[in-house]
Design a binder for this molecule. Structure first.
Ligand SMILES: Cc1cc2nc3c(=O)[nH]c(=O)nc-3n(C[C@H](O)[C@H](O)[C@H](O)COP(=O)(O)OP(=O)(O)OC[C@H]3O[C@@H](n4cnc5c(N)ncnc54)[C@H](O)[C@@H]3O)c2cc1C
Length: 303
């Protein structure tokens, strides 16, 4: 009898884990999205290298961080989604004023190291949801600072499994953008810090947390700012001007606290969230002639 080959038969042997049909709503802040055909959790760098070297080249590969800046469509993600979620990708090393962190480390977890070694300058990063590796693609930033100001060097692995040390300037980081080939995976970053004190670090972190709680949706299913600010303008002001601050489609709505944030109120589909974003783009265009650009990465296929 003829048996259809499973995708697993095509994939190389690994030390980590393959998860089949892994629901992406478990891995994204929006809590929506269909399954990843396969999710690969590499055990360590060698495992990731071997996978990339021996995988079938026509198989689509995506890389996921903390899922705080993406919208996965309801039909899921074909191919393999790589998530650097094992301890080997969460190591932190401190050398004088430099910190090297594995790409899978959550930004918020960096706090412990800053406090222990009394190193400052990265408090802003601790306040951004997501992982160290996910911060490069959009040059994540807030409170007047971005990754561009603190990045020294990144360890990257390319689509063929070869590692490279890439100096910060090669990424051409600018407002929510970078020069970054789609098949590159960040595996670690070295960041610069400055001497500080426990009290000062705690004070900055507290201030930033308070600001976010007051001005942005907190503990909500969202993916942060939906659209980039057009040059010299603020996306939220354009959204408000276009009369979109109270828009809602199904379970997806514009946040009452900050209208550049979209919220899954509980049972939204990815399609509803994407349609809401597209409706805002259209209304802002009609009102102002400007076309808002998505900051959130939309991936996968519709249902
Ligand atoms: C409540 C809230 C507030 C936010 N506030 C801010 C803010 O103030 N400033 C800001 O800049 N952002 C903000 N964001 C957006 C988001 O937190 C950042 O963009 C964050 O850096 C995304 O990291 P992530 O690990 O979650 O990446 P993901 O959302 O998982 O992925 C984002 C992109 O990065 C790529 N990627 C992820 N990991 C890697 C890797 N290791 N190598 C290569 N590519 C990778 C993915 O393929 C994808 O294209 C906010 C989001 C939320 C939910």
């Amino acid at each position: 009898m003829f048996h259809k080959k499973s995708i697993l038969d095509l994939l190389p042997e690994i030390k980590g884990k393959y998860l089949i049909n892994e629901p992406m709503n478990k891995h994204t802040w929006f809590a929506v999205g269909g399954p990843a055909e396969v999710m690969f959790l590499p055990a360590d760098l060698e495992d990731l290298k071997n996978f990339l070297k021996w995988r079938p080249y026509n198989l689509p590969i995506s890389i996921l961080g903390g899922g705080s800046n993406i919208l996965v469509r309801d039909g899921g993600i074909p191919g393999v989604v790589i998530k650097l979620d094992t301890p080997a990708f969460k190591e932190v090393k401190v050398e004088e004023n430099k910190i090297t962190c594995g790409a899978g480390l959550k930004n918020i977890e960096l706090q412990k190291t800053l406090l222990k070694h009394e190193l400052g300058g990265l408090e802003f990063l601790c306040s951004i949801p997501g992982t160290i590796g996910g911060s490069i693609k959009t040059n994540a930033g807030c409170f007047g600072k971005s990754i561009k100001d603190v990045l020294l060097i990144a360890e990257v692995i390319d689509g063929q499994g070869t590692t490279h040390q890439v100096p910060a300037e090669d990424f051409q980081l600018s407002y929510r953008s970078s020069l970054f080939p789609d098949d590159w995976i960040i595996t670690a970053l070295t960041l610069k810090t400055e001497p500080s004190s426990k009290e000062k670090i705690q004070e900055i972190i507290k201030e930033q947390k308070n600001y976010r709680q007051q001005h942005q949706p907190y503990n909500e299913k969202t993916a942060g700012s939906t659209f980039k600010n057009p040059d010299g303008l603020r996306a939220w002001e354009l959204i408000q001007k276009a009369g979109c601050a109270k828009l809602q489609i199904g379970g997806a709505k514009v946040s009452e606290k900050h209208c550049n944030f979209l919220i899954n109120t509980g049972n939204a589909t990815a399609e509803e969230i994407e349609n809401l974003g597209n409706e805002i783009i259209q209304k802002v265009k009609e009102k102002t002639s400007l076309t808002l650009e998505w900051e959130i990465k939309r991936i996968g296929v519709g249902k």
